[in-house]
Design a protein around this ligand. Structure first.
Ligand code: ATP
Ligand code: MG
Length: 593
């Protein structure tokens, strides 16, 4: 296959688009792979579509290899199915809802658990039909709050979603492991550096769940890895080791102090140490103070009268050396929504003294209090005293206040103990490329999927749900594989196997290049041929770097001596090879890759 640049529907841009901040977005637009249509909505131009299709093909091969069967559901779906599982409401603002001309409610599918559970219900009825793995590679819609970085977080995007159905938990575990292996194969073939992290299962419900995160400084997810084991987890999933409870008897009464100018934790610690306050006989540290952050928690759905639930004011307590990590808090509260309390909320309640809120006034006034797991019974804290420029020392959990529950809201710090007890945690950033989870029976029960088991009794199959961000992967590969000059595709996803550039005005060189290109094509290679007349070699080289084919063959000045230049963009190497040997050399190289 030969694509001639003189005729190719492709325009490269000299400058980065103004709205693009991350390299993959900048380069994919500049190199003519994608074009923006609306926020989070992009078109695939011919060269970009080739990459998307190659990634799809890899995903399809690996899904077929584990026995997955491909089908296709519509993206336009009726409300009823999503009503049955509660997701019509629970999915919140991210769901694209629409009405047809008759006023019936529809949605654009954000993921398709409902459809798969109902299709299995309608087609299968005996245990003999199981296990089954079904998948689709399809366009999904989510009205993301912050569409970002081009196709990295789109509002329309391509996902491979698959679903396993098994009669028992052992079978589910098997299907899950099959997917885990398939995902490793996919991401290895794409040359991606990634980590497998245990994850929260979020709004989906269910238990075992892992996320595949591509390592990248531009990632929105922070994950942790242990220094001494293969423990890796999404920050949202890190469970804080709980210290032992301590006896309350004998602990000194809480004492109120005037603390002028102690508005920050740092200043408060300085004040305590100047005042001679000690904790267990040692100097006070930031971790001995208790920060109290006020948030509003909104349950999804509506009350009996059909009104949305009023947001509930809630105090979140974390040790003073840590910030509240909103993502951890949000994950912990899901499906409820969380936002920070506003100035207005403070103004409404006179017992809320900004900067000095402590657990005592909250409990006295009936405000819900959720505490970090370190706030165990018998732990003693320095807290705000609920009046300006005053703090309490020696406020004891389980004596002076009792939290209504615990919450994993405190940020994870580099060096925290690993939850598996081995080593400490280091932090890295990643982009979620895949997610596998054992859903259980939430969806099959919602649709009352009844299957006859071996003994003729009715049983509900258990389900797994597995996603790969196919269009996101195009950006992820670009993110991990680029340099100053442009993209650097691995051979497995490059839009073309080889890019041939004529950099010699001589008619004979042009003819020789054409002949070479034809031979490469006959040998089964996909060739991008820069045959543009009147474009300087400098511009052609720049374009070849920007477009990012891993191999570039230049028919240039050396042609007079019977040599051409083979550039390997992946390892940054240039070698001269004999013109007569070029096709054989390249075929050898491509076969290896
Ligand atoms: P994220 O945390 O990035 O929003 P998610 O948890 O919502 O992801 P899933 O619902 O598990 O993602 O979807 C499966 C896969 O689809 C994800 O692993 C990701 O690769 C991809 N994906 C999810 N949302 C988007 C999006 N807005 N744009 C592109 N790809 C996406
Ligand atoms: Mg999401």
């Amino acid at each position: 296959m030969i694509t001639r640049m003189s005729q190719f529907f492709l325009r490269t841009l000299r400058d980065n688009p103004a709205d693009a901040e991350v390299p993959s977005h900048q380069l994919l637009v500049r190199a003519g792979y994608i074009r923006r249509v609306a926020p989070g909505v992009y078109s695939w131009l011919p060269i970009g579509l080739r990459v998307l299709r190659k990634i799809e093909a890899v995903v399809r091969e690996e899904m077929d290899a584990i026995g997955g069967q491909e089908l296709a559901f519509p993206a336009l779906l009726p409300r009823e199915a999503y009503e049955a599982t509660g997701r019509w409401t629970e999915y919140g603002d991210a769901l694209f809802r629409l009405k047809d001309r008759k006023g019936a409610d529809y949605l654009l599918g954000p993921t398709h658990e409902e459809m798969f559970a109902s299709v299995v219900k309608s087609e299968f009825n005996s245990y003999k039909d199981f296990p089954v793995i079904l998948y689709q590679i399809q366009t999904k819609y989510r009205d993301e709050e912050r569409p970002r970085a081009g196709i990295l977080r789109g509002r329309e995007f391509v996902m491979k979603d698959s679903y396993s159905f098994n009669m028992d938990d052992e079978g589910l575990e098997k299907s899950y492991q099959l997917h885990r292996t398939a995902y490793q194969n996919i991401f290895n073939r794409l040359g991606i550096e990634y980590a497998i992290c245990s994850a929260t299962s979020g709004a989906m419900g269910g238990s075992a769940s892992e996320e595949f995160l591509a390592v990248s400084p531009t990632g929105e997810d922070t994950f942790v890895r242990s220094t001494e084991s293969d423990f890796a987890a999404n920050v949202e999933a890190v469970v804080t080791p709980v210290p032992e409870e301590r006896p309350i008897e004998g602990l000194a009464e809480a004492k109120e102090y005037e603390t002028p100018n102690a508005e920050t934790i740092e200043a408060l610690v300085d004040w305590a140490n100047q005042e001679g306050v000690t904790i267990d006989g040692r100097a006070v540290e930031a971790a001995d103070t208790l920060k109290c952050i006020l948030v509003k928690v909104s349950k999804p759905g509506t009350d009996e009268e059909g009104k949305p639930f009023a947001p509930e004011l809630t105090g979140v307590l974390v040790p003073g050396n840590r910030e509240v990590d909103m993502k951890r808090l949000e994950a912990a509260m899901e499906p409820a929504q969380v936002e920070l309390a506003s100035e207005e909320d403070f103004a409404k309640s006179s017992f809320l003294v900004k900067g000095y809120v402590g657990p005592l006034a909250l409990q006295e006034n009936g405000v819900k209090v959720l505490a970090d797991p370190r706030v165990v019974k018998g732990s003693s804290w320095i807290t705000g005293a609920d009046k300006k420029e005053h703090h309490f020392v020696g406020v004891v959990a389980g004596r002076d206040f009792t939290p209504d529950g615990t919450v994993e809201a405190a940020e994870i710090l580099e060096g925290d103990a690993s939850p598996d007890g081995k080593g400490t945690l280091t932090l890295a950033r990643g982009i979620e490329i895949g997610h596998i989870f054992q859903l259980g029976r939430k969806y099959t029960e919602a649709f009352d999927v009844q299957i006859l088991d071996e003994s003729g009794k009715r049983a509900v199959p258990t389900m797994g749900s597995y996603g790969v961000g196919v269009s996101r992967l195009v950006a992820v590969v670009a993110e991990q594989m680029h340099d100053e000059a442009g993209l650097r595709w691995p051979q497995s996803v490059a839009p073309f196997d080889i890019h041939v550039v004529i950099a010699n005005k001589d008619a004979a060189a042009g003819e020789a290049a054409t002949k070479l290109v034809e031979q490469l094509s006959s040998a089964g290679h996909e060739v991008l041929f820069d045959d543009r007349p009147k474009v300087s070699p400098g511009v052609k080289f720049k374009d070849s770097e920007l477009l990012g084919m891993p191999l570039v063959l230049v028919v240039g000045r050396g042609f007079a001596d019977g040599v051409v230049e083979l550039r390997n963009r992946l390892i940054g190497e240039k070698v001269e090879i004999a013109y007569d040997q070029a096709v054989a050399e390249i075929s050898k190289h491509l076969a290896k890759a």
